[in-house]
Design a binder for this molecule. Structure first.
Ligand code: LMR
Length: 405
């Protein structure tokens, strides 16, 4: 091979690995007793991956169906999209005000939405705000979509280990009118701290007053409270307030469909006459990127959501999963109290969803990792990955870290 073509690649330096996936591999490879609490995936009470029973049933049924093996449309499988968006919006949005497409799960939806917004806003001059902290991948997706002015808004107060609501409001207020705000619809990742209903009301009013563009990331519906309706509160409220927004939806967690990459991107529009235009822009982006989405996950989710019996079973299973996470939070909290671990630990039971933000220093988190308790260096622990035994192991190690590091 001639060296001239290879030379062009010389300018590439090796980038740091993805913080979550890299650490997840490390945790997987570790030997001996361990608590692997890195990746946001639900495990059963024995720490094993948990394929949902309802999804397994739907899979069996799909095998017996006479399926169409040819391409899905560019925008995806319409019956799936209709059912999926219904669990977010219920009947709050008139159908002609909603444009939705199937996506490669939540990540694909955020990426597609970020790209769509570059057709509407100037990605060089429009500030786009992420919560501080946020899911690390948001910081990778936005620049990859062309956004240049990426800023943070206050969200988590490490002192109180709760929402910095005054700081958040101030940042929304002082942002230039017409900025873009990425909000976590429920079960904030990584902190497990969500605004209350009353706080969401205030946030919505501020967004309206400032004419900001809202983009919801909704990856955990059902995990925060165990109820799909309760966990869609923010999106439905914003619709009722007349806010025009985008929403990225994922079924990775609430159906355990991590590998099928199944989700939606929806756009709630003021002007229904623009629905066709938005749809064509989305289709163009999809077609130019991966042509059209895979069918299997869409068919599974559609079946679970549309079949009365499966739907009931799934909602019960989801409520059980959310309940098991709450039990694990309680176990961790009680054990920290029993050991009289220095500090206040109420946040562990007050936070919701999969993750707990433990409130440890980076060095204390490193101590935990060095002792086979795998949490991120920001102190995020996947509570849905705990068993009774690993909960005790987590607490013992946190106790040592807090006392000695
Ligand atoms: C996580 O935050 O651990 C999950 O959302 C998995 C991922 O893609 O990062």
């Amino acid at each position: 091979m001639s060296t001239s073509s290879a030379d062009k690649f010389d300018k590439l330096s090796t980038l740091p690995p993805d913080s979550i996936f890299h650490l997840a591999q490390k945790a997987k490879a570790a030997t001996g007793p361990k608590a692997d609490l890195i990746i946001g995936a639900y495990r059963d009470e024995h720490g094993r991956p948990y394929p949902l029973k309802t999804v397994r049933k739907a899979e069996q049924r799909l095998l017996d169906m006479n399926l169409d093996y040819e391409y899905l449309p560019i925008a995806g499988y319409k019956p799936f999209i209709d059912e999926a968006t219904k669990i977010i919006y219920a009947d709050t949005v008139a159908p002609d005000h909603l444009v939705a497409v199937q996506t490669l799960s939540g990540t694909g939806a955020v990426a597609l939405g970020a790209k769509l917004l570059t057709h509407v806003y100037d990605p060089v001059t429009t500030p786009i705000y992420l919560s501080n902290p946020t899911w690390p991948n948001h910081h990778a997706i936005l620049p990859a979509a062309g956004w240049k002015d990426i800023r943070s808004y206050s969200y988590y107060d490490p002192e109180t280990m709760s929402l910095d609501f005054e700081g958040m409001k101030k940042d929304i207020h002082t942002a230039p009118n017409g900025s873009i705000f990425v909000l976590h619809q429920c079960a904030h990742n990584p902190t497990g701290v969500d605004p209350t209903h009353a706080q969401w009301e205030e946030i919505a009013d501020l967004m309206l007053a400032k004419k900001h563009q809202v983009f919801f990331d909704s990856a955990y519906q059902g995990y925060a409270s165990g109820s799909l309706d309760e966990d869609a509160f923010a999106a439905r409220l914003f619709v009722k307030k007349g806010i025009q927004f985008l929403l990225a939806q994922s079924f990775s967690k609430n159906m355990g469909l991590y590998n099928e990459r199944i989700g939606t991107l929806s756009v709630v529009l003021h002007n229904p006459e623009k629905a066709a235009a938005v749809k064509t822009h989305l289709e163009l982006l999809i077609r130019a990127n991966y042509s059209n989405p895979p069918a299997h996950g869409a068919r599974l989710v559609h079946l679970v959501l549309s079949d009365k019996e499966l739907r009931k079973e799934w909602e019960a299973e989801l409520a059980d999963m959310a309940g098991r996470i709450r039990t694990m939070r309680r176990t961790v909290y009680n054990e920290l109290k029993r050991l009289e671990t220095p500090g206040s630990w109420e946040h562990v039971i007050n936070q919701i969803g999969m993750f707990s933000f433990l409130g440890l220093t980076k060095e204390q988190c490193q101590y935990c990792q060095d002792h086979n308790v795998f949490i991120t260096l920001t102190g995020r622990a996947n509570m849905a990955g705990l068993t009774h035994d690993t909960a005790l192991m987590l607490v013992k190690t946190v106790d040592e870290a807090v006392r000695t590091v």
